[in-house]
Design a binder for this molecule. Structure first.
Ligand code: FMN
Length: 160
């Protein structure tokens, strides 16, 4: 098996988009910056995210069994940093959002959102692979935020 250092080094060379996965528990919203996001299947519409079971957000998602994947736009780097920090409470003060089908926050300005019900969980290592059944989604035109070599970058490419 390869070393954690070699694995981390190689992963720095993998470009990804950046999302904020939101959820809520007892009416309190919570969000976490996540780049382990992929589409799973069209029938049924489904996606996956990998969440560290020690993250506060894990408890929110596993309890409420709903989450929303917000794909960040190139000008939303501040949100990516905010939701990867260790903000303990009242994380959504001064964060603009609406809600869709599940009630999980849909961040203003996101390029796309996928509102999900938790369909299945696979435990592996420190993380859980969470499969979401997409109950509602939408997208707008704009350039996405990317993550590469440990930093955020505006991809500078547009889709309509
Ligand atoms: C670009 C980026 C991508 C990340 N992707 C993930 C991810 O896919 N899964 C995860 O569990 N944490 C991921 N993290 C780390 C979490 O955002 C971070 O640990 C967060 O502060 C945990 O918050 P919580 O404990 O308040 O829920 C990522 C961080 C960054 C900066």
């Amino acid at each position: 098996m390869t070393s954690a250092t070699a694995f981390r080094h190689a992963m720095r060379h993998v470009p990804t988009g950046v999302t904020v996965v939101t959820s809520l528990k007892d009416g309190e919203p919570r969000g976490i910056t996540v780049n382990s996001f992929a589409s799973v299947s069209l029938e049924p519409p489904s996606l996956l995210i990998c969440i560290n079971r020690e993250a506060r957000s894990y408890l929110f998602i596993s309890t409420s069994r709903v989450f929303c994947v917000n794909v960040l736009a190139g000008d939303q780097r501040r949100l990516a940093e905010h939701f990867s920090g260790k903000v303990r409470d009242r994380q959504f003060i001064e964060i603009g959002y609406k809600t869709d089908a599940t009630g999980a926050p849909v961040l203003n300005g996101a390029l796309a959102h996928f509102d999900c019900e938790l369909a299945h969980e696979y435990l592996f290592g420190s993380h859980s692979i969470l499969i979401g059944h997409v109950v509602s989604c939408s997208a707008r035109s704009g350039s996405p935020l990317g993550y590469f070599n440990g930093g955020f970058h505006d991809f500078g490419i547009h889709v309509d």
